[in-house]
Write a protein that binds this ligand. Structure first.
Ligand code: AQP
Length: 331
């Protein structure tokens, strides 16, 4: 079976609807057809200087959300990145193959460094896409399900795989991005031209673990436009289109049918329906997360087992790469 790998950063108390629709839902579906490996990338989270205790909690709660969404630890490998030291080791080798100018072109670095300011802009933030390439290449990944915002980083991973193979012989699989167009970019409810983001404006965010009343209120307050027509038109009607995307993705009702259903109705009706669909979809997920977090020992066991399975593959790839680039094998 082809291999799928993907990951998220534990940088918030909850994942958001963009993470879920853009990526996590695809992870669950791909388990059926692929050999799946999913990670909580805590080393990446260090780039935003998190509080240590918060980071530990967020790593566990992120893993719990994967499980609650349907990642099955029997079929898939689920682990925390820092438990497999080979990620950082391969990142060093790949960093030595990455041009400074090439890394400087990453738009997410430009955006995040502008937000974090000169003091908060670390070398770690700059080399983040190289560590991401290591995450992916370590497992000879065929497919990486991500949202649109990760497309450029995925391209860098592909370039690095090709470079490694061209310079040192066939060594690693060149990965492909798997981006589901309809939900590749879920927008901020309060600012519907910006992507919904963990670090974004709270009023525009739907967190998977939010209180139902908060979720409903944020949807009711979503920014729309001055027309009164429910029509899917992302350029002219980004707010309404985002609400239609969210409804359709969770209810399974095609957008065209929703347009017909809400014809002649006020935006308020659409918002009530979207809130209902979202709250209903997230309820079982939230309940399962609460159960999992109530017994962290079970969760830690799943993660330990996942790390052991990931390590076997990672070790083999790293040894192959170390050997090919000319590092002396330990006696
Ligand atoms: N708004 C979104 N719509 C669709 N997909 C999205 N993803 C993120 N936002 C949206 C996808 O979710 C995964 C999370 O990867 P990450 O943890 O590395 O975070 P990120 O891409 O930097 O985005 P976040 O979660 O919103 O965090 P910040 O605050 O850092 O911007 C990826 O597959 C991503 O594409």
């Amino acid at each position: 079976r082809p291999r799928v790998f993907s990951a998220m950063q534990p940088t918030a108390d909850s994942l958001h609807l963009g993470n879920y629709l853009g990526a996590l839902r695809q992870w669950v579906a791909l388990q059926e057809t692929h050999d799946a490996i999913y990670s909580v990338v805590d080393l990446h989270a260090l780039t935003v200087a998190p509080d240590p205790q918060a980071l530990r909690t967020r790593s566990r709660v992120t893993a719990a959300q994967y499980l609650a969404a349907g990642v099955d630890p029997e079929r898939s490998v689920l682990f925390v990145q820092s438990h497999v030291a080979e990620h950082a080791e391969l990142a060093w080798v790949l960093g030595c193959l990455t041009g400074f100018g090439e890394a400087s072109r990453m738009t997410q670095f430009k955006d995040k460094s502008a937000k974090q300011g000169a003091e908060g802009t670390t070398v770690g933030l700059f080399t983040y896409p190289v560590l991401m390439a290591a995450d992916i290449l370590l497992y000879d990944t065929d497919v990486v399900p991500v949202g649109e915002d990760q497309r450029q980083h995925l391209e860098l991973s592909r370039d690095l795989a090709q470079r490694l193979n061209a310079r040192f012989g066939p060594l690693v699989t060149v990965p492909e991005a798997h981006i589901v167009k309809a939900t590749a970019k879920i927008y901020d409810l309060a600012e519907p031209t910006a992507k919904m983001s963990k670090s974004g404006n709270p009023s525009g965010l739907i967190e998977l673990l939010d209180d139902e009343k908060v979720v409903a209120k944020r949807i009711r307050s979503a920014v729309t436009d001055t027309e009164t027509v429910v029509r899917f038109d992302p350029v002219h009607k980004p707010g309404v289109s985002n609400l239609l995307t969210i409804h359709s993705a969770l209810s399974g009702v095609p957008v065209a049918e929703l347009e017909a259903e809400f014809e002649g109705k006020m935006y308020g009706h659409l918002k009530v329906a979207v809130a209902d669909v979202v709250v209903t979809a997230l309820r079982p997920l939230r309940e399962r997360v609460a159960e999992l977090m109530a017994d962290p020992a079970e969760l830690d066991e799943i993660l330990a087992d996942g790390a052991a399975r990931a390590r076997v593959i990672a070790r083999e790839t790293l040894a192959r790469v170390y050997d090919a680039v000319g590092l002396v094998p330990p006696a």
